[in-house]
Unconditional design. Structure first.
Length: 290
C-alpha cells in the first residue's frame, strides 16, 4: 500500500490551516504523513497543527521562503526520508477543504498509473462550480485558460497536486530564487510535462477552495510610491521581474524576447501612468497575464 506524503506550506493562517488539518484527520485512507512547512508564522499556526496532529513533521522558516521556497524545503525533506518511488506526494494549499475519502479517491485513481500528475479539481464551496481543472497555456502569447479537455492540459497549479515520488525526482526541485511565489507552480508543471509526464484531472478528486485568499492580482487605483511597491511585490501576480523569470525558464526560446518585451512595455506604461503621472489605471487589463 502506497504511503502519501502531504507537503503543506503555511504562514499565519491559523484557523484556515486548522480546518485543513481537521479534514486530513477524517481521511479514510490513513497511510499518510504530513510535512508542514511553517514559514515564520507568529499567530500560533504551527502550535495548532501540532495540537491536532502531533506526528506532523514540521520545518520552520523565517518568513522569507514564500511558496516555492517552502515546496523546495519539502522536496529536500522527502529526499532525506527516501520514500519508495511508488509512494505518492500531495502538494497542498491550506485554504482548501475536502471530503473524508479525498485521498482514497486519488490513490484509487492513480492505481496502476505511472508518469502522471493528478490535479484536484477546484470547486467553489458556495456554488459547486468547477473553477480549476487544468490549464492550456499559450506560451507564445502568454495567455492561460482552463483546458477544454484533458488532452489539451499543458500546465497545472500545485493546489492539490498528486504525483509519485519517483516522478517527482525526475522533475526535480523548484527555483525559489527566480520564482519565489507566483508562476512557480506553472513552471514546475510545464517542466514536468516536457519531461514526459501527463497532466490528469478527474471528477472523482476535488477540493473546495477559498480563492479569495490568494494574493494581489490588480493594481486598481493605486498611484505613486504605493503603486510602485505593489507592482514589484512578491505577492503581485504581474510583477514584471518574476514574469520575466518565468518566461526565461518556461517559454520556448523562439518566444522569449517578444514576451519579455511585452512584459516590460506594459510595466513601463503603468509606471509612467500611475507611478510618475499618478493617474489611476483606466483601461489596462492584467487578467490577460493570469
Amino acid at each position: 500500500m502506497e504511503k502519501v506524503f502531504i507537503v503543506l506550506p503555511v504562514h499565519n493562517r491559523r484557523e484556515v490551516t486548522r480546518k485543513f488539518v481537521e479534514c486530513l484527520k477524517r481521511q479514510t485512507y490513513t497511510p499518510y504523513h504530513l510535512i508542514l512547512i511553517d514559514d515564520g508564522s507568529t499567530d500560533g499556526t504551527r502550535e495548532a497543527v501540532l495540537e491536532a496532529y502531533p506526528s506532523a513533521d514540521v520545518i520552520r522558516g523565517d518568513g522569507t521562503w514564500w511558496w516555492a521556497g517552502c515546496l523546495q524545503r519539502g522536496f529536500d525533506r522527502l529526499r532525506e526520508k527516501a520514500p519508495k518511488d511508488t509512494d505518492i506526494v500531495l502538494l497542498a494549499n491550506d485554504d482548501t477543504t475536502f471530503s473524508s475519502d479525498y485521498i482514497e479517491r486519488a490513490v484509487r485513481f492513480l492505481d496502476g498509473k505511472q508518469g502522471c500528475l493528478l490535479l484536484s479539481r477546484i470547486r467553489n464551496p458556495e456554488t459547486g462550480e468547477v473553477q480549476e481543472s487544468g490549464v492550456f497555456a499559450d506560451l507564445r502569447r502568454m495567455t492561460f485558460r482552463v483546458a477544454k479537455d484533458p488532452a489539451s492540459i499543458n500546465c497545472l497549479s500545485t493546489r492539490g497536486l498528486f504525483l509519485r515520488w519517483g516522478d517527482m525526482k525526475t522533475v526535480g526541485g523548484f527555483f525559489p530564487w527566480m520564482l519565489p511565489h507566483y508562476w512557480s507552480d506553472y513552471e514546475y508543471t510545464i517542466r514536468a510535462l516536457r519531461r514526459g509526464l501527463r497532466g490528469l484531472t478527474t471528477d472523482s478528486v476535488w477540493l473546495d477552495a477559498n480563492l479569495a485568499l490568494t494574493g494581489n492580482r490588480d493594481l486598481g487605483a493605486l498611484v505613486g510610491w504605493e503603486f510602485v511597491k505593489t507592482l514589484f511585490s512578491i505577492k503581485f501576480l504581474a510583477n514584471p521581474v518574476y514574469n520575466t523569470a518565468f518566461v526565461i525558464l518556461a517559454v520556448p526560446p523562439r518566444w522569449v524576447v517578444q514576451n519579455v518585451l511585452r512584459i516590460w512595455r506594459l510595466a513601463l506604461i503603468q509606471l509612467i501612468r500611475q507611478g510618475v503621472l499618478r493617474r489611476p489605471r483606466p483601461v489596462i487589463d492584467l487578467k490577460r497575464m493570469i
